[in-house]
Design a protein around this ligand. Structure first.
Ligand SMILES: C[S@@+](CC[C@H](N)C(=O)[O-])C[C@H]1O[C@@H](n2cnc3c(N)ncnc32)[C@H](O)[C@@H]1O
Length: 325
C-alpha cells in the first residue's frame, strides 16, 4: 500500500525526490518499493524485514546515520511510537519535507488530526485505504517518547509487545516453568519478562533470548542482567544454536503487522522442535482459539494442555520429531 501511494505521488510529481541528499525512511518493509526515492537509508528494527531489505542491497540501520534532506515515516501500530518517529524525522530534516504514510487502520486520520493542531498538513493523498501526507519545518520535540517503567521495575518502550504491562498469557506460562533445567531458549523473548522469571531458577545453565524486534531486545538487555543470559537479535524461525537445547519457552507472535498470522506461530513450533535435543521439551502459551494443534502433532510425539484457562492454552510438548510425518 505504501508502494501504491508512493508511486502515485512520484508519478504525479506531488512528491519530488531531493536533488542531492538522501531520504531517511522509517519503518519500510522488505517488500516496499522505494526505487523512486533515490538515495535512501531505511531505519528498521524487525530482523526479518532487515534481512529482506539487505538482500535487496538497501542501506538499512536501526538508528539513522548522517544527514538527510527529507524523511518518510511508515506508521507503526502504536500511536505513541508513531508520534515519536514523526518527531525524530522532523528533527532530522529540519526545514526539509517529512512524508508520513499509513493505512486508515494504522491511525493515519488520527495522526493527521493531531498534526493539524500543530502545523500545516499538505498535501494529503488518499488512496488504497490509507493516506500519504506531508509536513515541513514543524517542531514536534514534545512527541518524542520516553521509556516506560513498569510496576515490577522493568523497562519497555512504546511499540514493543505488551509495553504497558506483563502479558496475562506470559504470566500464566511463567507459573508452569518451575521444573526446567539446563540450556533454555526463549523464542520471541520480547522485553524479557519470561527470561527474567526463568533467571530465578539456579538449575538453568544458559538462557538464550531470541527476539526479532531490536527495541524489545534492547529492553531485555536492561531487564535481564543475569550472566547466564545471551541475547540474539534474530528471526526465531531460522535461528540456530550449536549443541542441543533442553527447553524452549515461548509466547509466539500471532500477528504480522496488523494481520492475524497463525502461520508465524506454527513456524515457531517448527523452530522449537528443530532446536531441541531428543529429550527436550517445549513450553508454550497461546490464545485458545489459535489453530496450532496440527503443527504440534506433526512436530511432537506428545502434547499436553496444562491450563484450564478459558482464554489461553499452556502447551507442554515432548519428544520432538526431527522430520514431518
Ligand atoms: C507474543 S510476544 C511475546 C513476548 C515475550 N515473550 C513476553 O512474554 O512478553 C511475541 C514476540 O515475538 C517477537 N517476534 C515476532 N516475530 C519474530 C520472529 N520472526 N523472530 C523472533 N521474534 C519475533 C515479537 O517482536 C514479540 O516480542
Amino acid at each position: 500500500m505504501l508502494s501504491t501511494r508512493l508511486s502515485f505521488a512520484l508519478d504525479k510529481g506531488i512528491l519530488s525526490v531531493p536533488e542531492d541528499g538522501r531520504t531517511c525512511v522509517f519503518g519500510a518493509c522488505g517488500s516496499d518499493d522505494l526505487s523512486g526515492l533515490g538515495a535512501v537509508q531505511v531505519v528498521q528494527g524487525m530482523r526479518p524485514e532487515v534481512d529482506a531489505l539487505l538482500a535487496r542491497d538497501v542501506d538499512v540501520v536501526t538508528a539513522p546515520t548522517g544527514d538527510f534532506s527529507a524523511a518518510l515515516v511508515v506508521l507503526p501500530r502504536s500511536k505513541v511510537q508513531a508520534r515519536d518517529l514523526i518527531a525524530q524525522a522532523a528533527a532530522l530534516v529540519g526545514a526539509g519535507q517529512v512524508w508520513i504514510d499509513g493505512q486508515k487502520t494504522d491511525g493515519a486520520d488520527s495522526i493527521i488530526r493531531d498534526l493539524r493542531k500543530r502545523t500545516v498538513v499538505d498535501p494529503v493523498i488518499a488512496k488504497a485505504h490509507g493516506k500519504l501526507f506531508g509536513i515541513q519545518g514543524a517542531d514536534l520535540s514534545d512527541w518524542r517518547a520516553a521509556p516506560i517503567r513498569l510496576d515490577n521495575g522493568m523497562v519497555t518502550v512504546p511499540g514493543v509487545f505488551s509495553a504497558d504491562e506483563v502479558d496475562r498469557g506470559s504470566a500464566l506460562l511463567a507459573a508452569h516453568l518451575g521444573a526446567i533445567k539446563g540450556v533454555v531458549v526463549d523464542l520471541g523473548a520480547g522485553w524479557g519478562y519470561l527470561a527474567a522469571e526463568l533467571s530465578r531458577n539456579p538449575e538453568i545453565t544458559a538462557l538464550h533470548l531470541v527476539e526479532a524486534d531490536h527495541d524489545a531486545l534492547n529492553c531485555a538487555r536492561q531487564n535481564v542482567t543475569d550472566p547466564r543470559a545471551q541475547f540474539h537479535w534474530a528471526d526465531a524461525t531460522t535461528f540456530a544454536l550449536q549443541g542441543g537445547v533442553d527447553h524452549v519457552v515461548m509466547n509466539p507472535p500471532f500477528h504480522t503487522g496488523r494481520a492475524a498470522d497463525p502461520a508465524l506461530g506454527r513456524a515457531f513450533i517448527v523452530a522449537a522442535a528443530r532446536l531441541l535435543k531428543p529429550a527436550g521439551q517445549m513450553w508454550m502459551v497461546a490464545n485458545r482459539h489459535l489453530p496450532y494443534e496440527a503443527a504440534l502433532a506433526e512436530r511432537f510425539v506428545k502434547t499436553t494442555d496444562l491450563s484450564a484457562d478459558a482464554a489461553f492454552k499452556v502447551i507442554h510438548a515432548e519428544r520432538p520429531r526431527r522430520k514431518s510425518l
